[in-house]
Design a protein around this ligand. Structure first.
Ligand SMILES: [Zn+2]
Length: 143
């Protein structure tokens, strides 16, 4: 039981995440340890998204309608939820215990949500940024 990656791209982004947001990596490891006890892998499906990729998902045609996402700033990780349905309440509880030290919570004020975006299937979205110093990848190139 381990952390597995949907694609090689995500695997590479996971390496970068250790630099940009080690606190988020730590939380993902914590979730992985919980899932290992349940004999489950943790599959990371998405870490980084460019604004262009994000627009495609949210079908934004005009710049003013662009939706900003934590994925563009290396502050979010998506986890495959298929097969983990039975564990979702506990997963949410475990992750949302970090809410009070999270400087980048979801609009609903949480660290983790289980949701579906425009027909892309339900998934687990975790977003976290430590309240103090953080290095943002402002000019990182991810073509
Ligand atoms: Zn997400």
């Amino acid at each position: 039981m381990a952390i597995v990656f949907k694609t090689d791209r995500v695997r590479g982004e996971w390496t970068k995440l250790h630099h940009y947001n080690p606190a988020l990596c730590k939380i993902v490891h914590e979730l992985s340890a919980y899932l290992a006890k349940q004999q489950q892998n943790l599959t990371i499906t998405c870490i980084y998204r460019s604004q262009k990729e994000n627009n495609e998902i949210y079908r934004a045609s005009k710049p003013k309608h662009q939706k900003v996402t934590a994925h563009t700033y290396y502050t979010a990780v998506d986890i495959r939820s298929h097969g983990l349905e039975a564990f979702i309440p506990e997963m949410l509880e475990l992750l949302n215990a970090h809410n009070s030290r999270n400087a980048n919570r979801t609009r609903s004020g949480q660290t983790a949500i289980f949701h579906e975006v425009n027909g892309h299937g339900p998934h687990f979205h975790i977003q976290f940024q430590e309240k103090h110093a953080h290095k943002l990848p402002k000019h990182a190139n991810h073509s």
